[in-house]
Design a protein around this ligand. Structure first.
Ligand SMILES: NC(=O)c1ccc[n+]([C@@H]2O[C@H](COP(=O)([O-])OP(=O)(O)OC[C@H]3O[C@@H](n4cnc5c(N)ncnc54)[C@H](OP(=O)(O)O)[C@@H]3O)[C@@H](O)[C@H]2O)c1
Length: 243
């Protein structure tokens, strides 16, 4: 049976991706910090739950131990945004959090699981964001972190050109997940709700999970380098139709 690792599998895009990959026939290793969320998910889909904070070396080493010698799919999804302040007012502690998780955490997991991916001729899907395409007001910390994640994708694809490992990137636009904006705004639900206010149908976690699963299940010679997926109402980062 083919195996997949999804980081940040406790909720949102990660949890939906774990379910989709399981439906596609993968044994899914669900990694995140909250065991009370990943254990029931793993039980539901016949996978394995691994409590793992991607910023912690020992947790990532344990994840690699559970994975063992062979891994077909790695979905680097753990991440998120903190704050929306202009650069001059930004809390740099939040920037540090975003870099530690989105950039360094992703690099750490990729390094640790790379031998198993190489053994299986596997594929990595990095979940970056349209935020990686360029800055927006208040977004410098998050846009920078996601752009740094993208640079890993670009470098790795070149570095591995003569191997069988595939490196791919999905860039979602607005996805109405339960916690993404809530965490960005320190639990302020009304501020989080404003992000999606008036948008008839923002993307759902399932929409993104379906595309990730499609990317991961292409034949070994096919590489979807970068897929951008937005809701129809978001014609561009700032061009959003709100009723
Ligand atoms: N929602 C959007 O509009 C959107 C758009 C573009 C890109 N994205 C990206 O898509 C990914 C998933 O977003 P989402 O909307 O599903 O967000 P979410 O609902 O907030 O989920 C984030 C996931 O990351 C995990 N996580 C956070 N810090 C972690 C750490 N240190 N170690 C391990 N896991 C950690 C969380 O699990 P625990 O808290 O249990 O550890 C959770 O499962 C993120 O990388 C995000 O930047 C989101």
């Amino acid at each position: 049976m083919k195996t997949a690792v999804v980081t940040g599998a406790s909720i949102g895009i990660g949890a939906a991706t774990a379910r989709h990959l399981a439906q596609a026939g993968y044994k899914v290793i669900c990694a995140a910090r909250r065991p009370e969320r990943i254990q029931p998910l793993a039980d539901e889909i016949g996978g394995i739950a691994v409590e793992c904070d991607v910023t912690k070396l020992e947790d990532v080493a344990r994840l690699a131990e559970v994975v063992g010698g062979s891994l077909d799919v790695l979905v680097n999804n753990a991440g998120g945004a903190r704050g929306l302040e202009p650069v001059v007012d930004a809390d740099l502690g939040r920037w540090e959090w975003m870099y530690r998780v989105n950039v360094l955490g992703t690099a750490r997991v990729t390094q640790a699981l790379f031998p198993a991916l190489e053994a299986a001729k596997g594929i990595v899907v990095f979940v970056t964001s349209t935020a990686a395409d360029g800055g927006y007001e208040g977004g410098a910390g998050y846009c920078g972190a996601k752009a740094a994640e993208r640079s890993m994708v670009e470098s790795m694809r070149l570095e591995l050109f003569d191997t069988d490992v595939r490196i791919t990137e999905i860039c979602p636009g607005m996805v109405a997940t339960e916690e993404f904006s809530l965490r960005r705004f320190d639990g302020d639900q009304s501020r989080a709700d404003q992000v999606y206010a008036g948008i008839e149908a923002p993307l759902s976690a399932e929409d993104v999970a379906e595309v990730i699963t499609f990317m991961a299940t292409r034949p070994p010679h096919v590489n979807l380098d970068r897929v951008t997926v937005r809701p129809r109402a978001q014609a561009a980062q700032h061009k959003v139709f709100r009723a």
